[in-house]
Design a protein around this ligand. Structure first.
Ligand code: ZN
Length: 229
């Protein structure tokens, strides 16, 4: 069965907008797991029964070889770093959320005269960093791993609530038709469980009263809302 019937197999609400109007979108073979599609916010997500446990997840992240000396990795991060930098007044204090096993973006911000704290569930788990106000927040290759994107996005926006500083995200936005989704390799990574689209991001921006800048297919920056009055 590969159609868009309402799934009788699941009773899961959307982990982003909590809508219970979620349809079976795709049944994957490699890995074998299903994908549900929220009819309200356009999030595609993997039901909890197919999600890895933390230990399995960390084993995969431990194999990532990102490091601050890697010019290709810096260039990749630069697609978010460059536009965000132009939005900041120096010196600014920020947070790189989900900084991973080889924190790099925080160093790039520091090289530009900013202070950038890091937080990572597995590699820099100091939750005191999540109780402060920041002039900017970044999360690269993070949100596609989230089982609870509603809570995490709520927190990322709350960290910049006072300053209204930019919140920059890197994640590949999912294609708009199912045929392209079928062929989309990004969905096959077993640690990837939440897939956003430009529609999802627009809804998030509206909910949190931010403006939205989308660059290409994987860079999203939520900015302070420009008031017209
Ligand atoms: Zn939703």
């Amino acid at each position: 069965m590969k159609n868009n019937n309402k799934s009788l197999l699941y009773n899961e609400k959307c982990p982003l907008c909590t809508s219970d109007d979620c349809l079976l979108y795709w049944q994957g073979q490699n890995p074998t797991r299903d994908y549900l599609h929220c009819q309200h916010c356009d999030l595609v997500f993997v039901p909890s029964r197919f999600q890895l446990c933390s230990e399995e997840e960390k084993k995969i992240y431990d194999q990532h070889e990102n490091n601050p000396q890697d010019e290709r990795y810096r260039k990749f991060l630069g697609r978010l770093f460059a536009p965000m930098s132009t939005m900041l007044s120096k010196p600014s204090k920020g947070l790189d959320f989900g900084s991973g096993p080889g924190p790099t973006l925080s160093k790039m911000f520091a090289e530009q005269g900013h202070q950038c704290a890091i937080y990572d569930k597995f590699y820099a788990n100091d939750t005191s960093t999540l109780g402060k106000d920041y002039g900017f927040v970044s999360a690269t290759e993070v949100v596609e791993h989230l089982a609870n994107p509603k809570d995490v996005f709520g927190m990322l926006f709350s960290l910049t609530e006072k300053t209204k500083g930019p919140v920059g995200i890197m994640t590949k936005l999912h294609p708009q038709d199912r045929k392209s989704f079928m062929q989309w390799h990004y969905k096959n990574d077993p640690t990837h469980i939440a897939f956003f689209s430009h529609i999802t991001m627009e809804k998030l921006a509206k909910s949190y009263d931010r403006d939205l800048l989308i660059l290409g297919t994987d860079v999203v920056i939520f900015t302070n809302k420009k008031r017209t009055s």
